[in-house]
Design a protein around this ligand. Sequence first.
Ligand code: NAD
Length: 509
Amino acid sequence: MTQQIDKTQQQVQHIEHFIAGARSAGSGDRTQEVYNPATGEVSGILHLASDEDLQRTVAAARAAADSWGDVSLSRRMAVLFTFRELVAAHTDDLARLITAEHGKVLSDAKGEVGRGLEVVEFACGITEHLKGEFSDQFSTGIDVYSFRQPLGVVAGITPFNFPVMVPLWMAPVAIATGNAFILKPSERDPSPSLLIAELWKQAGLPDGVFQVLHGGKEAVDGLLTHPDVDGISFVGSTPIARYVHETATKHGKRVQALGGAKNHAVVLPDADMDVAADNINAAAFGSAGERCMAISVAVAVGEAADQLVDKLAERAREITVGNGMHEASDMGPVITPASKDRIQKIVTAAEEDGAAIVVDGRDLIVADHEDGFFVGPTVLDRVRQDMQAYEEEIFGPVLVVLRVDSLEAAIEVINANPYGNGTAIFTSSGAYARQFKRRVSVGMIGVNVPIPVPVAWHSFGGWKASLFGDHHIYGPDGVRFYTRGKAVTERWPEPHHASGASFAFPSSS
Ligand code: NAD
């Protein structure tokens, strides 16, 4: 086992695909650099798939799907249980790979692995969801039952911000339900996916059931249009989610495409302001704001505003920004220099448009990490809905504060926003909280909880531009997404009771 990890670490410099049970450099000559965002150094060379690599991967998945879908549930579960143990045992290794390429602090990376593990545990109990339904004696001598079968070959296309958790939102459920799964991870932090592939193999998963294919748009397009791919799970930004949904559905595939977000936390004057500020601070600046469920907008209602802004500013200034590998760091860098530049420009534009910069992280330099992609925590007050800082998903450590007069106005702001991923309310009033959660057009809601990512046995999904498709991800919706239903109507006639043909439409009797 230790040998496997050493192998992974050596290959961080040279990041290959995982096709048909083995690492492969592929047949293409295109590569892309992978960075350590804390130092700005190139840490790996990623091989990008050629069309031949894609064809080979899909062919291996097709062959594997046909046999894996036929493997008994108890054998499939044995693999899942072993995989669960292996992921748990390699939490630290996975976390280090995440931090090295993503930049988030190690404790956060471990938390990410833990949330992915939850879905593996859910998938260990998939038998409960595949029991089917049975209607005994629906009509005289006739029973009706329904059950679900795997889709076949499914591909998961995942974003940079959770290189372990998001693939684990998909693959365990897809594999437990009998599919072959092709992971196309983000090009920015692709290494953890290879350790995941090694762990599946060690768990006894047959070759070809879980594969990793690296690439950008060409690889994605190849998967979206390939006749042998039956389903696509996508998580990423809204424009790409929309494109993936449109393209893959046009090619006859089942698609779930989760997009971007702008998550609001409403703070009522009756809230405990310290609790609200602590929670919003962590939810805005954890992982440098690069979470699809990050709180990026605080909506302060009435007299909550002055107190809340003071407390948020105080807390934002206390955050230690640094290399995610260092224990003292609370927050790491952002993912690329381009991202850093874009975030700084959005803050400058907000200032020019009249927002008040309460905490300014634009010029932060981290000692001994002058080339790292760091932006400090930034708090913008008196932001309006027509400013770029509000309209766009910033995906960085920037919290904008909007001031409104009432709960009613706060709900209007949220419902006018094109995104509908997550939201939260901080209040001591059950009645206000109830009104809020019933009226907001958002998929996941926290009451005095800032990042309401549902546990694995409830499904995860936003509304509006945060999700394209009919199914949320993981949990019961995940099982439905990766399977197709069949209904059987069955009669075993008693010997010598033939009653002749009837041409009327069959009805019960
Ligand atoms: P992204 O959309 O740039 O990339 C996601 C995936 O799509 C990657 O694998 C990438 O290679 C691929 N891709 C990128 N451009 C493409 C193109 N033109 N054609 C085809 N494929 C393409 O997203 P990202 O920057 O990696 O991740 C951040 C985004 O993901 C944010 O918007 C965030 O809100 C969102 N996100 C959403 C959720 C959710 O659950 N809704 C979860 C995590 C992240």
